[in-house]
Design a protein around this ligand. Structure first.
Ligand SMILES: [Zn+2]
Length: 196
C-alpha cells in the first residue's frame, strides 16, 4: 500500500477481536467488533488515498476466491491455516497468477514466491496435511512474527514486479529467535500437479 500498489482486493470473513491486536498490526483497539476487511480498508485508506481497495467479507474457499482473481497480478496469502495456503497455491497455478505464501509459528516463519508453471509451487515443497486427522488453525506465535513475515511478503510483491531477485525456487526460513535467515534451493517436482 505504501509503495503505491494500484489496486488491492481483500478477502476475509472474520471480525476483529481484542486477542488479534497483539499480532495483527493493521488494526486498532477502536475497531474491535468490526469486520476485518472494513477495518483493514479504513486503516489502509488513510495511508494512501489513491490506492483502490476492494474488500469482501467472505470466507476464503474454492468458490469465493475465484470470483475476485480476474486481472489480478498477485495473490498474497495471509491465512492462518494449511487448507487456505494449498488453495491459494492451486488457484495461482491453475489461473496463472503469481503468488507469495508465508507460514508462521512461534519465532519462526517460511516464505515462498511462485511463478506458476515456471517455478516450484507450494505443493512441490509441502505435502498436503490430512486435515481430518489434525487440528488445522492458527498456531501460537510471538506477536511480531506475522508483521515481519507480512512485510517480507510485501517485499516479494515489489521485487517480483520489478524483476529483482526474489524467492522463486527458494524457500526462505526465518528464525527470529536466533535472528537467522536461511534459504533452501527448490526444484519443481515433475510429479506435482503444477508440472502437468
Ligand atoms: Zn508444484
Amino acid at each position: 500500500m505504501a509503495a503505491g500498489i494500484k489496486e488491492l482486493t481483500i478477502l476475509d470473513n472474520d471480525t476483529l477481536s481484542i486477542s488479534n491486536l497483539q499480532r495483527q498490526i493493521l488494526y486498532k483497539e477502536t475497531q474491535i467488533g468490526r469486520e476485518k476487511v472494513l477495518a483493514a480498508k479504513e486503516s489502509l485508506a488513510t495511508l494512501n488515498s489513491e490506492v483502490e481497495i476492494n474488500s469482501y467479507n467472505e470466507y476464503v474457499d474454492e468458490n469465493s476466491v475465484v470470483k475476485y482473481i480476474e486481472n489480478k497480478d498477485f495473490i498474497v496469502d495471509c491465512s492462518d491455516n494449511f487448507k487456505t495456503k494449498f488453495l491459494v497455491n492451486e488457484v495461482a497455478v491453475n489461473y496463472g497468477i503469481k503468488a507469495v505464501i508465508a507460514g508462521i509459528k512461534d519465532f519462526y516463519g517460511q516464505i515462498i514466491t511462485i511463478d506458476p508453471k515456471k517455478t516450484a509451487c507450494y505443493e512441490c515443497v509441502f505435502n498436503r496435511p490430512n486435515i481430518s486427522d489434525s487440528k488445522d488453525g492458527p498456531l501460537p506465535v510471538i506477536g511480531v512474527t506475522p508483521g515481519i513475515l507480512g512485510t517480507l511478503e510485501a517485499l516479494e510483491v515489489i521485487k517480483t514486479s520489478l524483476g529483482l531477485p526474489n524467492l522463486e525456487n527458494k524457500l526462505l526460513m526465518v528464525n527470529l529467535l536466533d535472528l537467522m535467515f536461511n534459504t533452501i534451493d527448490l526444484v519443481k517436482n515433475p510429479n506435482c500437479f503444477c508440472s502437468k
